[in-house]
Structures are given as structure tokens and as C-alpha cells.
Design a protein around this ligand. Sequence first.
Ligand SMILES: Cc1cn([C@H]2C[C@H](O)[C@@H](COP(=O)(O)OP(=O)(O)O[C@H]3O[C@H](C)C(=O)[C@H](O)[C@H]3O)O2)c(=O)[nH]c1=O
Length: 186
Amino acid sequence: MARRDLAEIPGLLLVEPGKFGDHRGFFSETYNRRRLAEAGFDLEFVQDNHSLSVERGVVRGLHFQSPPHAQDKLVRVVRGAVLDVAVDLRRGSPTFGDHAAVELSAENWRQFLIPKGFAHGFVTLEPETEMIYKVTDYYAPEADHGILWNDPALGIDWPVAPEAARLSDKDRAQPGLAEIESPFVF
Ligand SMILES: Cc1cn([C@H]2C[C@H](O)[C@@H](COP(=O)(O)OP(=O)(O)O[C@H]3O[C@H](C)C(=O)[C@H](O)[C@H]3O)O2)c(=O)[nH]c1=O
């Protein structure tokens, strides 16, 4: 399994909203359903999430909700920076187990659209990093699953040493890719 350019993994999309600055500050349309639909992603988001990670080196993930509660996610960073990772879990996909990794930051204002069928996670590159993201299904703890962030089989080059990473107990104990039966089909 390996890192791929985003364009090599079917279904992922990098979104770069316009940001219009003037002497007062800036304005940006950070979500436009029609624009995403024109790009082939006609999605109905039902929940907004907001997380704060206070230290550099916080790892959240790699998470997914299983069907019928699978979620498409539109992810952005409004303070700080992350390396954001999406792992293809769609059985039969030519890029199954491969991942794309993009830097999202308040500076670059980029967004990452991660459809159902992917595990999602990130590591913070700065302290006081805030992530905002929209999801297309509600939180369903019974459907909340994950894979181990630094499973060697995934080949993710995280910019944090395992001993320095700050994780939840849940994320420390996630199974490796080989230990799960992915519920997603390409
Ligand atoms: C995800 C979620 C969590 N919670 C509650 C459950 C816990 O009491 C608390 C922290 O949850 P958790 O540790 O799962 O939060 P993260 O580790 O940031 O999880 C997220 O991290 C990765 C990067 C994701 O893509 C998912 O959206 C999500 O799994 O928030 C809710 O009330 N609603 C929710 O939608």
C-alpha cells in the first residue's frame, strides 16, 4: 500500500474556495452545494463538526462509519495546519489500501472532500489547530470504526514519531488493515 497523488484515487476532491481580501479582512464562500454538484459531488450534508487539537502532533483517526451510517466528509482547517489523510477502503478498488495526504491549513484555505468508503485521519502540524467539517450522515457510535494510524501496511509517512504522537486510547487500540473486513465495495 502506498501514498498516491490525489488525482490517482477515484472519488477524492481537493476544493479551493475563493478568498476575497480587502482592507477590512476577507470573505469566502466556504461551502456551495451547487458548485460541488457541478464537480460531480451532489451531497446533502446533515451535520457540522468542529474539533480543537491543542498540541502539534495530535493524531485523530483513521476513522470511518460503516453503512448505513457511512459519511462523506468535507474537511477544512480554520486555525493551524494538519496533514490530512484518506485511506481507500473500497474492496475491489484499484487503489484499495492506498492513501492520499494533503496539507490543509488556515493559510492555504484548502478543503478535502472524502467520500464514503475511505478512512479519514490527520496529524496536527501546529498547536491550537481547529478543524471544521461537514458530514452526510449523523454520528452513529455503533457504526464508528477505525484502523491503526501507523499500520506499517498502509505506508503512511506521518511527520510525527509514534512515541511523540498524542492519541486517544481508542485510536491507540485500532486494528490494522489486515484485521478488518471493510464494509465498502468499489
Ligand atoms: C465524531 C463524533 C464524536 N462525538 C463525541 C464522541 C466523543 O465523546 C467525543 C470525541 O469523539 P472522538 O474521540 O471519536 O473524536 P475524533 O477522534 O476527533 O473523531 C473524529 O476524527 C476523525 C478525523 C473523523 O474523521 C471523524 O469525524 C471522527 O471520528 O465527541 C460526537 O458527539 N459526534 C461525532 O460526530
